[in-house]
Design a binder for this molecule. Structure first.
Ligand code: HEC
Length: 158
């Protein structure tokens, strides 16, 4: 190999490494999870009125607060999604408002990819969801929840 060939190979190597990194910085595992995420988004869509699931922005925060690292986050999420139970549910507000999530018994490795995506993604604050929730709370005369949703809108959606 002459010098030109070596530098061209090195260039291609670096180009392919940087190309495989997602523009938003997702790992390959998370990118694979992103393609499977529609299975969750059918319910975890923050623009749904009425909602069928809590926004992933909130689910991610609750799981982040309750786990020590990525592996712990992913393991807890995979085992919940396969077999949701009131004992293991940590998104208490979601359970209160929407009832327990139905089991989605997908293969572990698929769920691990999805959970990796949910761990890494920087979800946009679910402003549409809070507006819908605020409207519903106002209709029900639920001043406490209306205040909470308004607080989230003020904090994240200015
Ligand atoms: C049929 C609608 C539906 C689908 C599909 C769905 N979810 Fe959910 N999910 C819910 C509801 C409702 C809740 C809120 C109640 C709860 O926490 O169990 C929830 C809550 C959660 C929670 C919080 C659980 C906790 O600790 O309380 C996680 C994590 C979650 N979903 C992950 C997923 C993932 C990952 C997928 C896709 C593989 C998915 N969901 C698909 C309806 C759904």
């Amino acid at each position: 190999m002459n010098h030109t060939t070596i530098s061209i190979s090195l260039f291609l190597l670096f180009a392919s490494v940087s190309f495989s990194a997602h523009s938003s910085g997702l790992s390959a595992e998370a990118q694979a999870g992103e393609t499977l995420f529609p299975a969750c988004f059918v319910c975890h869509n923050p623009e749904m009125d009425p909602p069928l699931g809590p926004p992933m922005w909130s689910v991610q925060r609750v799981y982040q607060r309750n786990s020590i690292d990525a592996a712990d986050f992913i393991q807890a999420m995979v085992s919940f999604v396969k077999a949701p139970s009131l004992d293991t549910a940590i998104h208490k507000e979601g359970v209160r408002q929407l009832g327990l999530m139905p089991a989605l018994p997908l293969p572990d490795e698929m769920l691990a990819k999805i959970a990796r995506y949910i761990y890494e993604e920087q979800f946009q604050p679910p402003c549409a969801h809070w507006e819908i929730a605020l409207k519903q709370a106002a209709q029900k005369g639920d001043a406490e929840h209306a205040k909470k949703d308004q607080r989230m809108l003020d904090k994240y959606c200015q």
